[in-house]
Design a protein around this ligand. Sequence first.
Ligand code: SF4
Length: 121
Amino acid sequence: MNSIADTDNLPNQYMTDSLKAMHKFAETYAKKTNTFFCVDPSVTCVVIKGLSVYKEKYGLPLCPCRNYENEEAELDSTYWLCPCVAMRERRECHCKLFLTSDDREASHNQEIDLQGVLKTL
Ligand code: SF4
């Protein structure tokens, strides 16, 4: 992972709805694609948080594990909107949010405690 979006400038009350939305998205998408969360739940929580920062900032969840020179240009290209093209086409998630069952770091979980995610705020 290169970077995770920064929440320092966003008040927590505005973040909560976005975090809940991305939490729900992550669980739903994992089940839909038969992928699993990481054995280390802190990885999942941090990535969901990073997605929610972009969702709050732009209304769209850019991948939080990359550095962007121009975020607006990335939004226009849509390539790194989650789920990104690599995930949609090949089930490859370099953030380790969605892992296939043969991945050594995959758990058996497609759900994650919302309270744990909220604690990342
Ligand atoms: S699916 Fe793609 S955009 Fe979403 S977290 Fe994984 S690597 Fe990033």
